[in-house]
Design a protein around this ligand. Structure first.
Ligand code: ADP
Ligand code: ASP
Ligand code: MG
Length: 404
């Protein structure tokens, strides 16, 4: 008998009809003779609605209370799905994170899973029951409810695969698998049959929402093969596996984008050691993540401009931090732009293939897309462009790198 974990995302349980459909998939997997643990997200839209409610009370709503609020969406979907499975004649029961418990650290809204107690659920599934676990949530040692970051039920599923030592981890979602780019902005996107953990980690960190980055990281660390597949068809999806299991390495595997980036330039900074640290230290202390950084020096070497990118939502706070530090940093002026997108090309084969960089830049230039910043790693190149050009850039690069 195989033990498996199957996870349904929000769109897969977005209505009562879809919940009944998901229950039928569970029934089929159970009847194949598997011990089945199901992980479920909140019905699509629910988590956003809950967050919006909290914002009506305060933009700075208590983080620990926000976790209690956000995690409630999964309570609804897990009970509905367990009920739908029972209605199909199969023994089932729901578990919330705290009932298991799924122990996390105490970082609200982006906790990590430390431990999962397994005995009660193992006992239940070994007696032909289907366990339905609410994704996205856990509890700290001090009994506070936590959540795992947006998209975090992917992480719940992978961590459950780890702690219950399941033979597989299937992520059921609303697309056929991981695609060469987001199919919702490019109809030419193609399903990728197999992708390495490393490439998937880059893709999800750089905007491919189909898998949460922490989930990919946990899968990679524990060598858990993940199968991303469609809830609405029986087709084979995408296997996320170790690099050694991939025969042909593509130069470019996928194109991603992330919107809502902002850029800040501090102009005319006195160029001396420690100035970059003076700029970034207070920003970091406020838990604001700096992404790309560019520094250029004036011809006489006396002044520098420091440009960096952050999330749009952090712009206001960042500008006020810089303003507060004016005495210490000593700059001429600050400019900013908050409607920018980051477009990235990802591929493990690019290391061995010179010319990728200029091919990318040329293809954007041919479309009159201006590049505002660049960052690279061994397996990715990212550029910053105006947000309204996102779709055009993605489509162009998808074509240029032969992914159409
Ligand atoms: P779920 O509700 O199942 O968790 P998500 O909305 O979190 O689903 O993720 C699936 C969505 O991710 C797809 O509908 C698709 O629009 C988006 N997406 C972005 N990039 C990609 C990609 N490279 N491959 C597949 N889907 C992608
Ligand atoms: N419901 C949560 C969210 O919207 C978790 C998830 O969907 O995986 O982020
Ligand atoms: Mg998701």
């Amino acid at each position: 008998m195989k033990r498996i974990v199957i996870k349904f995302g929000g769109t897969s349980v977005g209505s009562i009809e879809k919940i009944i459909n998901a229950a039928k998939i569970v029934k089929r997997r159970h009847e194949e003779g598997n011990e089945v643990i199901v992980v479920v997200s909140a019905m699509s839209g629910t988590t956003n609605d809950l967050i919006n409610k909290s914002k009506k009370i305060s933009e700075d709503f208590s983080k620990s209370e926000l976790d209690v609020l956000m995690s409630s969406g999964e309570q609804i979907s897990s009970s509905l799905l367990a009920g739908a499975i029972i209605k199909l004649g199969i023994k089932a029961r729901s578990w919330l994170g705290w009932q298991i418990p799924i122990l996390t650290n105490n970082i609200h809204a982006s906790s990590q899973i430390m431990q999962i107690k397994t005995d009660e659920i193992v006992n239940f599934i070994s007696r032909k029951g289907v366990a339905v676990i609410a994704g996205f949530q856990g509890i700290t040692e001090k009994n506070r409810i936590t959540t795992l970051g947006r998209g975090g039920s992917d992480l719940s599923a992978v961590a459950i695969a780890k702690f219950f030592q399941t033979e597989s981890c299937d992520i059921y979602t609303d697309v056929d698998g991981v695609q060469t780019t987001d199919p919702s902005i490019n109809e030419k996107a193609k399903k990728i049959d197999k992708i390495s953990y490393e490439e998937m980690l880059e893709m999800s960190s750089l905007g491919a929402k189909v898998m949460q980055p922490s989930a990919v990281q946990t899968a990679m660390k524990n060598n858990i093969p993940v199968h991303v597949r469609s809830t609405f068809s029986e087709k084979h999806g995408t296997k996320i596996v170790s690099e050694n299991d991939i025969e042909d390495k593509n130069i470019i595997t996928g194109i991603t984008y992330s919107k809502k980036n902002a850029k800040v330039s501090i102009v005319g900074v006195v160029d001396k050691p420690g100035v970059a640290a003076d700029v970034f230290e207070p920003i970091g202390e406020n838990n604001i993540n700096i992404d790309m950084v560019i520094q250029n020096t004036s011809l006489d070497g006396k002044n520098a401009n420091i440009t960096f990118t952050i999330k749009q939502e952090d712009l206001k706070k960042t500008l006020s931090i810089i303003e507060k530090n004016k005495k210490k940093i000593d700059y001429k002026k600050v400019t900013h732009d908050d409607k920018l997108a980051k477009i990235s090309i990802i591929g493990a084969g690019m290391i061995a293939s010179p010319g990728v960089t200029h091919k990318m830049f040329r293809s954007l230039a041919d479309e009159k897309i201006n590049i505002l910043a660049i960052s690279t790693s061994e397996i990715k190149i990212s550029v910053l462009i105006r947000e309204e050009l996102t779709q055009k850039a993605v489509k162009t690069l998808h074509n240029t790198f032969g992914l159409n």
